[in-house]
Design a protein around this ligand. Structure first.
Ligand SMILES: [Zn+2]
Ligand SMILES: [Zn+2]
Length: 285
């Protein structure tokens, strides 16, 4: 297989400071024959933090690309991996959040950029304003503490800055953080720590995005055999089972090669030729 010849025995530098190698390295090392290394003191906080002290420089993909590029710059290697996550309210269901994880692979030798993705409803992403320790404990219980870490913060009375306490993973630290906050402010913010090392649920999603990356690496362009022959477009219009009216469900997907531009349409990617009438605007308006 060509993808193994491309990657076998190469060093891949992973731009992370939150131990994402635990999710990413085992899969890629085994399947691609690469050696994953993490640079010492790699600071990804300059690319944005979840606790909002530093804003992200661009979109999720741009940010992941910048991290990978920095990892290449400081090590002089030619193969890099980076990941970036985002969390947002579910578009249709109130109070439900979703997590999108991407893992990017950049190969300068072969001029490749391949991106794995995972879109998941499995996340404990949440925040709340609390007024006492009891409320903080209830929140902690709900979001899977202490396996999942917490962040506590409050607005300082003098100046406009916030005091932020991150990586809380013990009952003692939680009590300390809440008490310190209540001494300084009447409103205390408590939220989930979304850094991968403090969040096993997120780590799982990064693992799934890595598996998606691997699937894409293994999918070669039928025309030029370049890895990363992936879906670039989804075309809706899957017909209703009863009246055959096109619905908004996906009827076909377009695969496209970034290198040679070769395109291929795949009909019925979900192995269904018709949509459930429940999705039809005529049968179920
Ligand atoms: Zn091609
Ligand atoms: Zn219909």
């Amino acid at each position: 297989m060509k993808y193994q010849q491309l990657f076998s025995n190469r060093v891949a530098v992973l731009g992370t400071m939150h131990q994402k190698e635990r999710a990413i390295a085992p899969i890629l090392e085994k399947e691609l024959g690469i050696k994953v290394i993490v640079p010492d003191n790699f600071n990804t906080d300059i690319f944005g933090t979840f606790s909002r002290e530093i804003k992200r420089p661009g979109t999720q993909i741009i940010t992941a690309r910048l991290k990978a590029q920095k990892a290449l710059d400081i090590t002089g290697e030619t193969l890099a991996i980076a990941s970036e996550g985002s969390f947002a309210p579910h578009p249709a269901v109130p109070y439900l959040y979703c997590n999108k994880e991407i893992v990017i692979l950049i190969d300068k030798d072969n001029d490749l950029e391949i991106i794995g993705e995972e879109f998941s409803l499995e996340t404990n992403f949440n925040h709340q304003v609390v007024e006492n320790l009891q409320q903080a404990r209830e929140f902690a219980l709900k979001v899977g503490f202490p396996e999942h870490g917490l962040v506590v913060w409050f607005e300082k009375s003098e100046g406009n800055s916030n005091e932020i306490i991150k990586g809380i993973t013990t009952e003692t630290k939680l009590v300390e953080a809440i008490n310190l906050s209540l001494e300084n402010s009447t409103t205390v913010h408590i939220e989930t720590d979304m850094r991968a090392i403090y969040n096993p649920t997120r780590m799982k999603n990064i693992e799934k995005a890595t598996s998606d990356l691997l699937t894409k690496i293994k999918t070669l362009c039928p025309n030029c055999s370049t890895p990363g022959f992936a879906i670039t477009e989804r075309i809706q219009g899957l017909p209703c089972e009863i009246c055959f009216t096109p619905t908004t469900l996906t009827r076909s997907v377009i695969y496209q090669c970034k290198k040679c531009g070769f395109r291929q349409e795949k009909l019925f990617p979900n192995d269904r030729e018709f949509a459930d009438p429940g999705q039809c605007m005529y049968c179920n308006p």
